[in-house]
Design a protein around this ligand. Structure first.
Ligand code: ARG
Length: 589
């Protein structure tokens, strides 16, 4: 269905045309002076120049053509030339009522369904998931859900880091600790054991140890680099070990993502793209894009309009090895080939911005993608502690994601138990849900590119702009509905939403009709924070309405039904929005 702005615009545009002006001047916006009006059109101001006329004269002409229009309670021309609009309340209620009866609340389907890949995991096997991976998971999951909800064909790819030095380090360390393993015996021709020679906790200890050791000992580092190269050239034993590392890590990574309510359609790995590299390199050479510079094979990607230095994209290092850029370029080829991807969205730490600049430019320049394929980098900022520095554990180590989630969930549990009676099991379940909302909303309510301060106390508060506050609003509606049903009310029958009777009620409706624009904007800008803003506004509007109106004790049956219908719609919209952010509400809290 058309958005409310489109409907208003239609009328205003027609009026411009009827009065002899170009209809495109009839653009309408939500008013930035809600004390004066609900919507406004400033087109007469711009038309004034073109028609050499005072803007208020144009506004007067347009408004004259709209008086008596049933859509408007009031439409007036205000000097110097604004058109201020207040909607007719029955029209507003009618629109809200039709949202309630339409699929996706009337959100229009896209003109063309796009094939989109969202790359938003990026964990590295053999390393535990830590808070650095949190933002990619939370933001990416939401961006994926929004794009899918809008109607596109979207897949999320975890894009595991499985092909780098970290594997060589582990292989090297294992060869020292457990030299008798068959993987290190070049004469071994039998079947390798199906059981991994380590578990996750061992792996977690080995990696940081080997990594730190290699920084102090160049010969150890050289061995690890050699082991990486040997693995990449297809060594049978190393390959089998590598597979074990992936299996053990992936099980652990999945467990963490599950708890975050994050899931991927695709568990592709950096190594999966390697097979596309030889042809890619050949093509770049043949077509004259790649050339040798200081022994390395590079593609220039700088452009005349650059204000900062953009170094060439290195395709092969001077020792012939591939690197992070090469893998990302090959992955683009893979995504086009396997999925016909028309849009690829990368949700990665913003410090990788230059890398993606180079990769995207190189991909375009060398024709890996069509001109209209969208390559989008959504770079996110750092999650800081209260001291303004990157979030760490108390002893300064890297914080495991699991630990952080537990901390939040425990905090919520405390808050719940402070003032309520709830069976232990339910309290734990509720804490997990509310905790997730605190964590995700705390992150998503900030613009992704900005750094933010992780503050457990603030995030878990039931008041203010927080996840728990949004859930609390939903739970409050659920409880009103339960009471309504308990008193004999039937919410399965068609309940009609009537014209609002007061300001707080019309505010709820005015907020509901913004839904479509909010979702579309969040989609276009890859900006879940817009949905958070909307949730907060709608929750506030609902809470004022709830405060100002007697709902269950209302004696006018039709009015009571109308208010109940409005509450149901608010609840449905809120629940739909939190689902787009990747969390859900309990029945009580
Ligand atoms: N594994 C990488 C890291 O830890 C992130 C991967 C992001 N995605 C990509 N296509 N490069 O930094």
């Amino acid at each position: 269905m058309k958005t409310i702005i489109e409907l208003i615009e239609e009328q205003v545009m027609q009026a411009f045309e009827k009065a002899g002006y170009e209809k495109s001047y009839g653009k309408v916006n939500i008013s930035n002076r809600p004390d004066l009006c609900e919507y406004q059109c400033n087109g007469a101001m711009s038309a004034a120049k073109a028609y050499h006329k005072a803007p208020f004269m144009i506004a007067d002409d347009v408004v004259a053509g709209l008086t008596g229009n049933i859509m408007f309670e009031k439409i007036e021309s205000v000097k110097p030339g604004f058109i201020n609009i207040i909607l007719n309340s029955a029209f507003l209620a009618g629109y809200v009522d039709s949202m309630k009866n339409s699929e996706k609340f009337g959100l229009a389907a896209p003109d063309k369904v796009k094939k989109i890949v969202v790359d938003y995991g990026g964990p590295n096997v053999a390393k535990p998931l830590h808070v650095g991976h949190l933002r990619a998971a939370i933001i990416g999951e939401s961006i994926k859900r929004i794009a899918r909800y809008v109607g596109h064909d979207v897949i999320g790819d975890v894009h595991l880091g499985d092909w780098g030095l970290q594997i060589g380090l582990i292989i090297t360390e294992l060869s020292i600790r457990k030299p008798d393993l068959p993987y290190f015996d070049d004469d071994f021709t039998g079947e390798y054991p199906s059981e991994a020679p380590f578990d996750m906790s061992e792996l977690e200890e080995i990696y940081p140890y080997a990594s730190a050791y290699s920084k102090e000992h160049p010969e150890y580092l050289a061995k690890a680099q050699e082991a990486t190269a040997v693995l990449q050239s297809g060594h049978r034993g190393y390959h089998a070990l590598w597979q074990h590392i992936i299996d053990v890590s992936v099980a652990d990574i999945k467990k963490n993502y599950d708890r975050l309510n994050v899931s991927f359609e695709l568990w592709k790995k950096e190594s999966d793209a390697q097979c596309y590299i030889p042809d890619m390199v050949q093509k770049m050479k043949d077509e004259g894009h790649a050339y040798i510079s200081d022994g390395a094979l590079v593609v220039d990607v700088k452009e005349e309009t650059d204000t900062k230095e953009i170094p060439p994209c290195i395709i092969l290092k001077s020792n012939g090895a591939t690197n992070y850029e090469t893998t990302d370029l090959a992955t683009i080829i893979e995504r086009v080939k396997l999925f016909n991807a028309e849009k690829m969205i990368y949700v990665v730490d913003k410090r990788q911005g230059l890398h993606f600049d180079q990769v995207f430019r190189c991909a375009r320049k060398t024709g890996l993608v069509n001109d209209d394929t969208e390559l989008i980098f959504v770079g996110f900022g750092t999650m800081n502690g209260k001291d303004g520095k990157p979030f760490k554990t108390r002893d300064g180590g890297v914080l495991r994601l699991e630990t952080l989630i537990n901390e939040i969930s425990d905090k919520v549990y405390e808050r719940i138990m402070e003032n309520r009676q709830m069976p232990e099991e339910e309290a734990r379940e509720v804490s997990e849900k509310v905790g997730l909302s605190a964590l995700k909303y705390g992150d998503l309510s900030n613009q992704a590119s900005k750094d933010y301060i992780f503050d457990v106390d603030r995030f878990t508060s039931f008041e203010g702009n927080t996840g728990p506050y949004i859930l609390y609003s939903i739970v409050r509606i659920k409880s009103v509905l339960q009471k309504y049903i308990a008193a004999g009310g039937d919410i399965t029958k068609e309940l009609k939403i009537q014209a609002p009777q007061n300001k707080s009620e019309s505010n709820v409706m005015l907020c509901l009709v913004k839904y479509h624009d909010c979702i579309m904007q969040a989609y276009k800008d890859n900006a879940p924070h817009r949905i958070c803003q909307y949730l907060y506004e709608l929750s506030d509007a609902f809470n004022s309405f709830y405060h100002d109106n007697k709902i269950l004790s209302c004696e006018d049956e039709a009015r009571k039904e109308s208010m109940i219908a409005l509450l149901i719609l608010v609840k449905d919209v809120l629940e739909n929005c939190i689902d787009l952010l990747g969390f859900s509400a309990p029945d009580r809290m």
